[in-house]
Ligand binder design. Structure first.
Ligand SMILES: *Cc1c(COP(=O)(O)O)cnc(C)c1O
Length: 387
């Protein structure tokens, strides 16, 4: 019955699922693969894994992970066990690690789905070793060393403690030692080298295993940070991992939204909630079908005196005017030719002309959050990826 109701919708013809969509998110899998290949080459001879947590940073793990697998990626990282189980269904032969590590009582699930926890404490290591003993075989797992982030992982004292219990490492198979950088987006920050040196020293107190330190930003810091394996996320998805970097990663995500209505508003009036934006001269205002519920933050609201973010109609900028609503944004299209700024036309809100970093700056956040907030209401279009 539900299926019938869905296909019977008269407004949305079957041949064009995007016709009634308020917006379109386009995800360019060729650009994703180009970014992966760039990082892999840079990190050689280290292995290039991929971080696909949080639904591949909001892009859709069901498309992203198989595309990366097709490009030769064999090791994947997610945050949670649930994410790992979904990924296992997509990629039966991939090596999968879970950053969150071992929650009490979940070891059997890891084993059954052939998923590896990244063990974050001596307690987790002991629990995994105990599970291996009862399973009668050493099962692979990674260990996270805290090199100065103070978030997850074993501090030095715990490394000492487990290193003095060799039986633990007879029971389990140590397949990875890793750590994470706090300041890789700031290449000149002294904490980078401090963490690199600390990781290198601490890992040698554990039995030998492949080592991994670098996220996207870490890869750009140079070969000394690559060790045996690198773990990029944001750069794969077109985010720039550091300010002022020479290399520009290819744009993977574009968000376009449709114009619902265009009006000319009289001088002296105000636009939108709170009447925060006054107009001095008559202005043409386009209202688009996108708002903070679609991931375009309320913080991007542009009242009087606040420099607005520009959306784009072709090459023409269309500044945000007034408050961002839940479902709507008002743009000044006075300077845009009328044939472009018309009902039904698509406006670029994220993409080649509006980089993630620019929106993140305006919204006082990071490019990561712009991606993970990407709207679920817009239609999704995947292009490329048939290599
Ligand atoms: C998210 C994450 C990464 C990937 O970081 P990017 O900055 O997106 O490249 C790597 N390692 C760990 C531990 C992470 O949590």
């Amino acid at each position: 019955m539900r299926e019938e109701a869905e296909t019977a919708s008269p407004e949305i013809p079957e041949h064009d699922p995007e016709a009634g969509a308020p917006g379109i998110v386009t995800i360019d899998l060729d650009a994703l693969i180009a970014n992966y290949c760039y990082l892999r080459k840079l990190a050689e001879p280290a292995e290039c894994a991929a971080v696909v947590k949080a639904d591949a940073y909001g892009l859709g793990i069901a498309k992203v992970a198989p595309a990366l697998w097709g490009a030769g990626c064999r090791t994947f990282y997610v945050a949670t066990l649930k994410e790992a189980c979904s990924l296992r269904d997509l990629l039966p032969d991939a090596t999968i690690y879970v950053f969150d590590g071992l929650m009490p009582g979940t070891a059997a699930i890891f084993e059954a789905a052939n998923i590896r926890p990244v063990l974050n404490s001596a307690e987790e290591i002991r629990e995994w070793a105990a599970h291996c003993r009862s399973a009668g075989k050493p099962l692979p797992a990674g260990i996270h060393i805290d090199s100065g982030m103070n978030r997850l992982g074993l501090p030095e004292a715990e490394i000492e403690a487990v290193a003095s219990e060799p039986a633990l490492f007879d029971a389990l198979e140590l397949s990875l030692v890793m750590s994470h950088l706090a300041c890789s987006d700031m290449p000149d920050h002294p904490k980078n080298e401090a963490q690199r040196a600390r990781f290198d020293a601490l890992r040698k107190r554990l039995p030998h295993a492949p080592a991994s330190l670098a996220n996207s930003g870490g890869i750009m810091l140079g070969a000394g940070y690559h060790f045996d394996q690198v773990r990029p996320g944001i750069a794969l998805y077109g985010g720039q991992p550091a300010e002022d970097a020479e290399h520009r990663f290819e744009t993977v995500v574009t968000l376009e939204s449709r114009i619902l209505q265009v009006r000319t508003s009289p001088a002296g009036d105000t636009i939108g909630y709170g009447a925060t934006r006054h107009i001095d001269t008559p202005a043409r205002i386009a209202t688009i079908a996108c708002g903070y519920a679609d991931g375009i933050s309320w913080v991007l609201s542009a009242g009087d005196g606040k420099p607005p973010l520009n959306a784009f109609l072709g090459d023409y900028p269309a500044p945000i005017m007034g408050r961002v609503s839940m479902d709507l944004i008002t743009l000044d299209v006075t300077g845009v030719p009328e044939e472009l700024a018309r009902r039904g036309a698509l406006v670029e809100l994220i993409g080649p002309r509006v980089p993630l970093e620019l929106i993140a700056d305006f919204a006082s956040t990071v490019n990561y959050e712009i991606l993970t907030n990407l709207c679920r209401r817009a239609a999704r279009r995947y292009v490329g990826g048939k290599s």
